[in-house]
Design a protein around this ligand. Structure first.
Ligand SMILES: [Zn+2]
Length: 98
């Protein structure tokens, strides 16, 4: 197993978050039929709901995040679904970030 540098992972985490947020916002605008205000709380709710539905249908998704088990919100452990099929996800290469 190859180790993934923390820097590489942080970059992916940022890019992936932006990609998902932008896509969810665009989806909401299409659904509303008009350009709506950027609302990150609404966007996150849409993403969470979509992930719940994907889980229900047994479809893995890629939305990695910091393990917040330490309470600080910036845990060293990075988590993505074990079943994640995204070939660009650094976590597919290693679960260890160094
Ligand atoms: Zn992933």
């Amino acid at each position: 197993m190859e180790n993934v540098s923390k820097e590489k992972f942080e970059q992916y985490l940022c890019e992936r978050g932006d990609e998902l947020d932008n896509a969810a916002h665009e989806f909401l605008c299409i659904l509303a039929g008009t350009e709506i205000e950027w609302d990150i709380s609404l966007i996150r709710r849409v993403i969470s709901a979509a992930e719940e539905h994907l889980e229900h249908y047994g479809i893995p998704y890629c939305d990695p995040y910091h393990d917040e088990a330490d309470g600080a919100g910036l845990g060293e452990d990075i988590i993505c679904l074990e079943e994640c099929k995204n070939p660009n996800c650094p976590l597919k290469m290693s679960a260890n970030v160094s």
